[in-house]
Design a protein around this ligand. Structure first.
Ligand code: G6P
Length: 610
């Protein structure tokens, strides 16, 4: 949701702000704007409906320059995408950009209108800047006006203020919306996410909820809303700027699909002790004795991360013989879940900022559960809230539709299952060794799967005009059917449903006819023959079967005209291999249909509002 960038330094910041915005465009892209204080000591604002490219065009004929400024890319919550609703918003000398939702904006607006203020936009954000002006008119300083404004707001915010009368200083604050500070040579940066400022610095301060920060080119100070000084020291992060670029690929999504073998290697590398055949998860902060205390595991997430949790349930229940519940963050937080100190709650998220997932973790904390997280972004909100972390080392994921984060999450959940299983004594050293070996061999099989994309291209061409798709899987591949359908919906806008193949006859079978492509995920093993029966049911009704089949010497499915054979791996890791062709299928269809793959309509990468 919305991306923010701020700069104060000794060079012209306009390119830095625009480049930063482009790197945050995945967070929202319905309008954008920039404000800078120029050499004339005046604030100039340029805003525009549409993507950042539209703003860039506008800036060609109406440029901004300056050594201090703020910028914003928007994902609309209050007020349609328009020039007037685009940020930055201004009132008197104050200019602001905001990410979040001000829940009491209607009351505040009414009050300010009574006092004679008038509003130029439909946004909740405009009340922030009007309030600041009101406080300032009461004789307060720049800083105190802002702090007193923040005290009157309910809801979530990451905000950055620019003030014409203080051309040397930005003031920013956060509450339940992400905001990071970057420290450079004679410069400070602000951003919603690390990739925005990665080309300039990797010294990052992760601001906390309630922090108010003043920054100038000489440095920064942080206080709480009640004026207490806060120590916030920068950490060095090991991402490099190239990781947040397309590196010759047409889209970030395609690049990220191809990065998956490496993402898996990086995720499991630190946890596997090959010589001693052990899994160690040092940041998880969970001893063997702690594991023995657990009587239930709850996995919570949203979107694609939720699908990773559904896979995780199959893995953990089987390996640990512990009950595992899986819930959506948005449902969990309101259903009064039953948790206690023997529950382990694991929040799974790429960004670590998803509002509903954070609220779910908070619920676990309130009910004294042991609260852990699997997260990709170091220092993100979830990483800081939880009392233990497993990092997926997938690197920055920019494409809105998640790919490498998903497969890395499955790998991390697998590591977690192995770790707990061994703490509980459910797995012998030899068995653990075999699991570890499968993990070590997986990246190579992923490469093989990736190199075999001709069939996918043929399917994409043949079915790019289909109105509906059905994805069928059983057992541990059922969540992959859900994920395959989600990928297609997200980026190609084709309606798709994922279904447990055994459930097909209870409803979706009515949809099947000659025009319906049905993607079937066929794993060898226990459910293999049942899946074959489901395929026959589809064929009997004229459905077009597209089969992903795990390699096996006596495969009974027989040659199908539309079949892609995948390398064999363990039952637990098959979801990772099966996910890859489904990502590629969605990608190829979207490209053929000419949709905006990396920034699909109406979606945002990081959903930091409810
Ligand atoms: C958004 C994104 C999805 C993502 C979901 C959860 O909907 O578009 O790709 O899976 O949020 O995000 P998280 O960062 O918590 O994994």
């Amino acid at each position: 949701m919305c991306g923010i960038v701020g700069y104060v330094g000794v060079s012209d910041g306009s390119t830095i702000l625009l480049e930063g915005l482009k790197r945050l465009e995945y967070r929202g892209y319905d309008s954008a704007g920039i404000a800078m204080i120029g050499a004339d000591q005046k604030v100039k604002i340029v805003r525009s409906r549409g993507k950042i490219a539209v703003l860039q065009e506008k800036l060609k004929s109406d440029p901004v320059f300056g050594k201090i400024g703020i910028a914003h890319t928007r994902w609309a919550t209050h007020g349609k995408p328009s020039d007037e609703n685009a940020h930055p918003h201004r009132s008197g000398p104050f200019v602001v950009v905001h990410n979040g939702i001000i829940e009491n904006y209607a009351d505040v607006k009414l009050q300010l209108e009574k006092e004679g203020f008038s509003f130029a936009s439909e946004t909740d954000t405009e009340v922030i800047v009007k309030l600041a002006e009101r406080e300032w008119r009461r004789g307060k300083s720049y800083y105190t006006s802002i702090v007193d404004t923040l005290r009157q707001l309910r809801g979530s915010y990451a905000v950055v203020f620019l003030n014409q009368e203080h051309p040397e200083e930005l003031i920013a604050a956060r509450k339940e919306s992400p905001l990071i500070l970057g420290v450079g040579e004679e410069a400070c940066y602000l951003a919603s996410d690390v990739p925005a400022i990665l080309p300039y610095t990797n010294a990052i301060v992760y601001l906390e909820d309630g922090d108010v920060v003043r920054l100038s080119r000489d440095g920064y100070t942080v206080e709480s809303l009640d004026g207490k000084r806060q120590e916030r020291t920068p950490v060095r992060i090991d991402w490099n700027p190239v990781m947040a670029e397309k590196a010759g690929y047409k889209h970030f999504m395609l690049k990220e699909i191809h990065e998956q073998p490496h993402a898996i290697i990086d995720t499991v590398r630190g946890a596997l002790d090959l010589n001693r055949r052990r899994v160690s998860l040092d940041d998880l902060n969970l001893t063997d004795a702690d594991v023995k205390q657990i009587d239930k595991i709850v996995l919570v997430a949203c979107g694609t991360s939720y699908h990773a949790c559904l896979v995780g349930k199959y893995i953990i229940e089987r390996l640990c013989r512990l009950p595992v519940e899986v819930d959506l963050g948005s449902e969990f937080r309101y259903r009064q879940p039953l948790l206690n100190h023997r529950t382990l709650l694991m929040a799974v998220s790429q960004s670590g900022e998803t509002a509903d997932t954070r609220a779910a973790l908070q619920e676990g904390m309130d009910q004294k559960a042991s609260c852990k997280t699997i997260v990709n972004v170091v220092g993100s909100s979830l990483a800081r809230m939880a009392d233990g972390v497993i990092y997926t080392h997938a690197g920055p994921e920019i494409g809105v539709a998640s790919t490498k984060a998903f497969t890395s999450q499955v790998a991390a959940l697998y590591l977690f299952g192995l770790y707990c299983s061994s703490a509980l004594g459910h797995i012998s050293q030899d068995q653990l060794g075999r699991h570890i070996q499968e993990l070590v061999e997986l990246p190579h099989k992923m490469e093989e799967t990736l190199s075999n994309s001709d069939t996918i291209m043929r399917w994409a061409k043949r079915y790019m005009h289909a109105q509906d798709f059905l994805y069928l899987g059983r057992g541990i591949l059922y969540p992959i059917a859900l994920e395959g359908a989600l990928k297609l919906k997200e980026i190609s806008y084709i309606h798709a449903e994922g279904y447990a193949a055994g459930e097909m006859k209870h409803g979706p079978i009515a949809l099947i006819d000659e025009s319906m492509p049905v993607v079937v995920l066929v794993q060898q093993g226990l459910l293999y023959e049942k899946m074959l029966s489901n395929i026959q049911e589809v064929k009997a009704r004229g459905g077009q079967v597209l089969a992903l089949v795990e390699e096996h010497p006596d495969d009974k499915l027989g040659a199908q005209d539309q079949q892609l054979v995948l390398p064999r791996t363990s039952e637990w890791l098959a979801p990772i291999l099966f996910a890859i062709p489904l990502q590629l299928l969605a990608y190829q269809i979207a490209v053929l249909r000419g949709t905006d793959v990396d920034q699909p309509r109406n979606l945002a990468k990081s959903v930091t509002v409810e």
